[in-house]
Design a protein around this ligand. Structure first.
Ligand SMILES: Cc1cc2nc3c(=O)[nH]c(=O)nc-3n(C[C@H](O)[C@H](O)[C@H](O)COP(=O)(O)OP(=O)(O)OC[C@H]3O[C@@H](n4cnc5c(N)ncnc54)[C@H](O)[C@@H]3O)c2cc1C
Length: 596
């Protein structure tokens, strides 16, 4: 089935929820208004639909393979990546100074979504490269920037993120890879990294590994970790490729999903030491890596939205075609296509509402990122940074968890055929599962939301968001339509439940950590649910105005209906989750360890 990028919904979110025209008032983004966004999205859609999507199923059935240390990607990937690079897509939101296009994240995020809808495995390579670029831009020396940034931004080289080791997954304090200082200022790196996405491949001429390692004598734990650039090929002073570095792929994993994306075990330093270059200062590696991880975490959240959109489109098509059973309302005399059955409609609406809600949340967060990084007023930058920081675990944690529910519903809509690989529905479900694991599991996102984003400021940022939601409720009530009143009522109930959960989390995190952290994932799910629902409430308000003005009638009616569905079927989960957060901790931890 062909994929059609949801350009209209993306532009709606960008224009009315993320306020792209306001973003375009930030110096440097003057040319990045709605018109530019539309042109960029339409161009990107052509590439994604026409070139990258047709490689999605082949990637699943004929994944990357390793032979004699060489990783060969699925036929067609290399050529498609060349086209992606030639089009300048890797540099979309990176600085013009290094050859990028300097567009805001608000636009970049929408392109990232369609790229991932088209082909999650393919899109991972640019996503990791984005993270490497961000880290170098923030912490790299001028020399490192000069050698690596242009080539990464042009897509001539790609980037990787090397955190995980066999004994160090969620807990990076356990990283053991060693870095030995050399007289010329470089380091020799020794160690094993596992699960490295696109750690080896044939799509670009060089691979720039960003590697966490410990310099001898560094403090224990996370305070003793440094970040290094370790290129696959060393770079000569004129920028040409030099000797092969001592960083080799020794195996790639056989996986449940995202099969085309090579997940490598990399061995550093088995033949005398891999040459690495320090990024920033020694022992500040984790801080820099968090820059990469924040970019990548947001990106993985967008992957969740992307695969959900894809699953939804496929499910709608199947539901229109598959004929089975007489509708309960007798609207068709005999068997009808399954889209006539109320439960199939409920499933499709759930898929649609989740996807649109999370897209709206991610788009709003992207605009906050742009203001946080580029707005001329420091106070505006700070306020947006606080908001964005709060949103990152929600975009990552909630959008990816919802993608599991959506892709599972996608299989369910297909009935038995969903379980059969040919329909493609199963691939989305398998592909989606990794999203709640890499770049920090959902529990790690929830720990971040509870600890750094809620308890640390005594719940202040969380309550500030609740105040904004209350203002949307008032606006909805003022319009007094049935859909707006329903949304206002459900938002209010959900917001009040959220505030109870915030009081509990902020008040008890220190005194009763087990009780609070046992409810951390439910707290993340309820907060993400509420924030996405709030965006649907804002969308409903805009859609009502546009409908009254006779603009895009069918689209606006559908937006209102989808928002009302979100309120009545999804926001309603929030009070139950809040109850779990506030009262469920004891039972989660009551069973003695030996009873498991
Ligand atoms: C396909 C794939 C691609 C990957 N790509 C990369 C990559 O490019 N670069 C890279 O460095 N890594 C990569 N990873 C590694 C990935 O980031 C880790 O697998 C992930 O962070 C989880 O670590 P772990 O597997 O060691 O699980 P563990 O840390 O062992 O976690 C196991 C379980 O314990 C829970 N847990 C652990 N600690 C806590 C805690 N403090 N609180 C609550 N629960 C906790 C987890 O939530 C999880 O449910 C990739 C992994 C895969 C499978």
């Amino acid at each position: 089935m062909s994929f059609s990028a949801p350009v209209k919904d993306m532009l709606f979110a960008m224009e009315h929820l993320a306020n792209i025209e306001q973003v375009a008032q930030i110096p440097g983004f003057e040319d990045a208004g709605l018109e530019t966004a539309q042109a960029v999205l339409e161009e990107c859609a052509k590439l994604c639909e026409g070139v990258i999507e047709p490689l999605n199923i082949p990637g699943d059935t004929d994944p990357s393979s390793l032979k004699d240390g060489v990783v060969t990607t699925t036929p067609g990937f290399k050529e498609a990546f060349a086209q992606f690079a030639e089009g300048g897509w890797q540099g979309l939101q990176h600085p013009v100074d290094f050859g990028g296009q300097g567009l805001p994240k608000t636009i970049g995020a929408a392109c990232l979504e369609m790229l991932n809808s088209a082909n999650l495995s393919f899109a991972l390579c640019p996503l990791l490269t984005d993270g490497a670029i961000e880290a170098l831009l923030t912490a790299g020396s001028d020399e490192l920037k000069a050698v690596y940034l242009e080539k990464l931004i042009s897509g001539q080289w790609t980037g990787t993120m090397n955190l995980t080791e066999p004994q160090a997954g969620s807990d990076l304090a356990l990283v053991r890879t060693k870095a030995e200082p050399q007289p010329d200022g470089s380091y020799k790196i020794f160690g094993t990294k596992i699960f490295i996405t696109y750690g080896e491949h044939d799509m670009a001429e060089n691979i720039v590994h960003l590697v966490l390692a410990r310099v001898a004598g560094a403090p224990e734990g996370v305070k003793g970790i440094s970040l290094f650039v370790v290129p696959k090929f060393l770079v000569n002073s004129d920028g040409s490729l030099g000797e092969r570095n001592d960083a080799y792929c020794v195996s790639i994993e056989h996986k449940m999903g995202i099969k085309a994306s090579p997940t490598a075990v990399l061995q550093f330093g088995d033949h005398g030491g891999a040459i690495g270059y320090l990024v920033g200062e020694e022992n500040r590696g984790l801080e820099y890596m968090f820059i990469m991880m924040n970019a990548a975490r947001y990106g993985v959240g967008v992957q969740g939205i992307a695969v959900a959109e894809r699953a939804y489109q496929r499910a709608v098509q199947y539901a229109r075609e598959r004929v089975q059973s007489r509708p309960v309302d007798g609207s068709v005399p005999g068997a009808a296509s399954i889209i006539h059955h109320p439960d199939v409609r409920r499933m499709l609406m759930t898929m649609r509402a989740f996807t649109e809600g999370c897209r709206a949340m991610a788009s709003t967060a992207a605009a906050a990122y742009d203001a946080a990084h580029h707005h001329p007023d420091a106070a505006v930058r700070q306020a947006n940074a606080t908001f964005y920081e709060f949103m990152v675990p929600l975009v990552k944690g909630y959008s990816t968890e919802m993608s599991l529910e959506v892709t599972s519903l996608g299989v369910q809509v297909h009935g038995g055929m969903g379980f059969i690989e040919e329909t493609g529905a199963a691939q989305y479900y398998r592909d989606a599962k990794i999203l709640t694991i890499y770049e920090g599991t959902t529990a790690i996102q929830a720990n971040d939301l509870v600890g750094r984003k809620t308890a640390r400021d005594g719940g202040q940022s969380a309550r500030a968001i609740a105040e904004q939601i209350a203002r949307t409720e008032a606006d909805l009530q003022a319009t007094a339509t049935p859909a707006a009143l329903s949304m206002a009522r459900h938002l209010q109930t959900a917001r009040e439940a959220f505030l109870q959960a915030v009081d509990f989390v902020a008040g008890k995190a220190k005194a009763s950590p087990n009780a609070v952290y046992a409810g951390s994932v439910p707290y993340l799910l309820l907060t993400g649910n509420l924030v996405a629902g709030w965006q649907m409430g804002r969308a409903l308000l805009v859609a009502q105005d546009k409908l009254a003005a006779g603009e895009e009638v069918a689209f606006m009616q559908a937006k209102i209906t989808t928002a009302q569905f979100y309120a009545e079927h999804i926001l309603t989960r929030v009070p139950g989750l809040a109850h779990t957060v506030c009262t469920g901790g004891d039972s989660a931890c009551a069973l003695p360890l030996e009873a498991f």
